[in-house]
Unconditional design. Structure first.
Length: 69
């Protein structure tokens, strides 16, 4: 079996090329992942805000939702 010798710089360059190629080919997957992360962060922020806000009853919520804009 032939032995291949690669220096560190060449391995680093090949790794960079592989990652760039992966990102270019999987743009949709990367976009979907990014959107999921943003949605999760927004949900975490909403939960944190709700912990320090005043509580309201169900009827008040529906009254606001059903009122004309």
């Amino acid at each position: 079996m032939a032995q291949v010798s690669l220096d560190e710089a060449r391995v680093k360059e090949l790794f960079k090329q592989a990652i760039i190629e992966l990102l270019q080919e999987q743009k949709g997957l990367l976009y979907d992942l990014f959107v999921e992360v943003l949605e999760d962060l927004a949900l975490v922020n909403a939960i944190k805000e709700s912990e320090s806000s005043e509580t309201v009853n169900r009827a008040e919520v529906f009254q606001i939702l059903e009122s004309p804009a």
